[in-house]
Design a binder for this molecule. Structure first.
Ligand code: HEC
Ligand code: HEC
Length: 361
């Protein structure tokens, strides 16, 4: 029943707005942007036809979609167009792809993300690859689904501008969009008119597209599938350290190399205004400074690293772990210990990490 859904959705929006007001990070300054400040707008150079059925090598199944938003090709194509389209920002200058750049592993090269009018956020924009396999979203896990996550961005004043009425009105000006929304979201598939262009449906289409952005078939997967030569000797040594002495597997495990849990690795220790991380989402002090373990797939493409972009290279990351993160941090995760790796062994781990990129491209 469309009306019922709509009411429930407005209620959710209401909760989200209240949550935004409470969250100092999201409740950024009033929109005082300068329209001349134009961020990059990457073009859509993905393969013409999306493959929604292909299970990435290294995974056992496709991402599971919520019952009320099943994955279909047409919906994913609609979400794809929206993802690359600056129409999603209040002044038409920023798209999702501005911060999640396809040729940068769907992450941002900026230390912290830069949104509408050049407004700086406080965190690095992570990859959206393989997020369909995720359980919690954003560095602090505050969003419980990809749909909820994209709603948050659409409402964020500092990212896309936050004026969803304007965004919806602008999408409705485009006949192709209106027809595509009606086709995808009307029950019969034959609906007409612009009533299907809603914030809820925008978030559904985008989330559907995100579930198709998957990375597998890395050299490491090929090696594990008995293609022994896929990994260099150095990368094989790195794999061994990753799974033994390095202790990396304790948090970076499973097909996506992420436990989807929250840990304080010591990133940001000593900073004056240290990001509280998970505690921002849960309001519980025991979660202070904990962040979601990110995937390591395509990691070679997504520098800089960590929630604050503080590690510029993979070598910086491995050296950070080699010294045990921040050994003086009283709240450090119990699995963080100095590793005593030699310079050569640090290099092995870096080679291993580089071998986690998809071999498809
Ligand atoms: C101004 C830059 C910017 C724009 C524009 C932007 N994002 Fe993000 N995105 C970020 C940042 C920064 C984070 C991390 C947020 C946090 O942890 O607080 C993020 C997080 C995410 C995540 C969660 C990833 C994870 O590891 O859980 C997803 C999914 C995502 N964005 C999708 C989108 C979509 C879809 C759009 C467009 C509707 C979009 N983003 C627009 C900067 C941006
Ligand atoms: C205690 C859990 C834990 C262990 C052990 C661990 N990691 Fe991490 N890793 C994390 C978390 C959490 C983050 C995000 C930290 C942040 O940004 O504050 C992270 C971030 C990273 C990143 C950056 C990812 C990105 O997208 O920015 C890389 C690379 C990485 N880890 C590799 C490793 C390697 C290699 C090891 C072993 C030497 C290792 N990790 C051990 C939990 C862990």
């Amino acid at each position: 029943m469309p009306t019922l859904n709509l009411t429930r959705f407005s209620f959710l929006i209401h909760i989200a707005v209240v949550a935004c007001l409470l969250s100092p990070m999201l409740a950024a300054a009033a929109p005082t942007w300068n329209d001349d400040d134009v961020p990059v707008l990457p073009k859509d150079e993905l393969p013409e036809k999306l493959d929604i059925k292909k299970i990435p090598v290294g995974f056992e199944k496709l991402p599971v979609a919520p019952k009320d938003n099943p994955t279909t090709l047409e919906k994913a194509q609609l979400g794809r167009r929206l993802f690359f389209d600056p129409v999603l920002s209040t002044n038409g200058t920023v798209s999702c792809a501005s911060c999640h750049q396809p040729d940068h592993g769907f992450a941002s090269p900026d230390t912290v993300s830069v949104g509408i009018g050049g407004q700086k956020g406080t965190r690095n924009a992570p990859t959206v690859l393989n997020r369909g396999y995720g359980k919690h979203f954003s560095w602090d896990g505050r969003d419980e689904s990809l749909e909820a996550q994209s709603l948050g961005v659409l409402q964020s004043k500092s990212e896309l501008g936050g004026d969803t009425d304007t965004v919806i009105a602008n999408i409705k000006k485009d006949e192709q969009y209106v027809a595509a929304f009606a086709k995808v979201f009307s029950e019969s598939g034959e609906g007409t008119g612009d009533k299907y262009v809603t914030v809820e449906n925008v978030t559904k289409a985008i989330a559907c597209f995100e579930r198709t952005l998957n990375s597998g078939n890395s050299k490491v997967d090929r090696f594990r599938n008995d293609e022994y030569d896929a990994l260099s000797r150095a990368a094989r040594q790195g794999l061994w350290i990753f799974e033994s002495r390095g202790g990396c597997w304790k948090c970076h495990n499973g097909s996506n190399l992420a436990d989807e849990e929250f840990h304080n690795t010591g990133v940001g220790f000593g900073k004056k205004e240290r990001d509280l991380g998970r505690a921002k989402a849960t309001q519980m002090a025991e979660h202070n400074f904990q962040f979601k373990t990110p995937t390591l797939r395509d990691i070679d493409h997504t520098a800089p690293y960590m929630h604050d972009g503080s590690a510029k290279t993979l070598k910086d990351v491995v050296e950070f772990y080699n010294k045990g993160g921040a050994p003086d941090d009283p709240l450090l995760d119990k699995d963080m210990k100095p590793l005593n790796l030699t310079e050569e062994e640090v290099g092995f781990l870096v080679e291993f990490l580089k071998a986690l990129s998809s071999s498809n491209d």
